[in-house]
Design a protein. Structure first.
Length: 255
């Protein structure tokens, strides 16, 4: 297999960073993205991930943008093409959770979640098609969430669920469109996953403990549990799997 050019969004911490660690192999070229914190100036975490990737023998370039701004997804694809002349695989991971209930959030909050997660995935799905079709191992993995599958008073994230459910719908459509060209498109839907120390969490440690007890595995996922699923779906071994939502939630959906 020739060198792969891979875009990973939301790579500065958590699941995105764990995906980068798994993909950091000689031959791979990674364009890794983050927002750079709330004001875009906190570039150190992503640069540290890039240094780690290079230390593991892969190439890494960084890019910063707020994906809630229209056009940001399209610019990421253009940046990958400019840096690498190819884009074989995309991990659309950047996102955030909002636990506020309907009645407590305004329209602008909904629009921001839809723009950052669904709008960005839409732009990537639109602008990366030619590059993906040209690849020997074209792959798209979008990171969704259990919140698009669980609607109980304990697990309600209405605005986030709307954005993630729409991402899943777009991913399935893209899978149909690109299947004949050998490109697979799937989603990974994590359950509650341990966040990095110091990063914002939408729920309290107690709620996290309760969530672990609801999982059949009685544990909270580590970021590498999610990254392992993403890595598999990107591999050539997963060539016959497309249009799927792989739930990595400790069996939350079964109980
Ligand atoms: N952790 C969980 O329990 C859980 C469960 C289900 C699904 N997920 C999903 O998994 C994905 C990763 O979550 P995580 O827990 O690993 O999160 P995280 O550690 O908070 O990382 C989020 C990443 O997304 C970036 N990001 C956030 N808002 C952005 C925006 N508006 N524009 C551009 N980039 C933005 C952040 O960049 P900066 O740091 O530079 O701001 C960061 O790189 C998300 O899509 C999330 O919805 C997580």
């Amino acid at each position: 297999m020739s060198e792969l050019a891979i875009l990973v969004t939301g790579a500065s911490s958590g699941i995105g960073a764990a995906v980068c660690r798994r993909l950091a192999k000689p031959g791979n070229r990674l364009l890794i993205h983050a927002r750079g914190g709330a004001d875009g100036t906190d570039t150190a975490p992503l640069e540290a991930i890039a240094a780690d990737i290079r230390g593991r023998g892969a190439k890494a370039e960084t890019v910063f943008s707020d994906l809630a701004i229209a056009g940001a997804g399209e610019r990421l694809v253009a940046e990958a093409m400019q840096k690498f002349g190819a884009l074989d695989q995309v991990v659309s991971n950047a996102g955030f959770a909002d636990k506020r209930l309907l009645g407590d959030v305004d329209r602008a909050t909904l629009d921001r979640s839809l723009s950052a997660m669904t709008g960005t995935f839409f732009e990537i799905a639109t602008s990366a098609q030619t590059a993906l079709k040209a690849s020997e191992c074209g792959r798209v993995v979008a990171v969704s969430s259990f919140v698009a599958h669980h609607y109980t008073s304990d697990t309600l994230f209405p605005v986030t669920a709307a954005a993630k459910a729409a991402v899943e719908a777009l991913a399935k459509s893209l899978a149909v469109q690109l299947g004949p060209d050998g490109v697979t498109v799937n989603c990974v839907a994590p359950g509650y996953t341990q966040k990095d120390e110091g990063t914002h969490r939408a729920i309290s440690p107690d709620a996290l403990k309760a969530a672990a007890n609801r999982a059949l595995t009685r544990r909270i996922a580590q970021t590498d549990d999610i990254a392992a699923a993403v890595e598999f779906l990107l591999s050539s071994d997963a060539r016959q799997i497309t249009g799927q939502v792989l739930r990595v939630d400790g069996g939350l959906g079964v109980s």
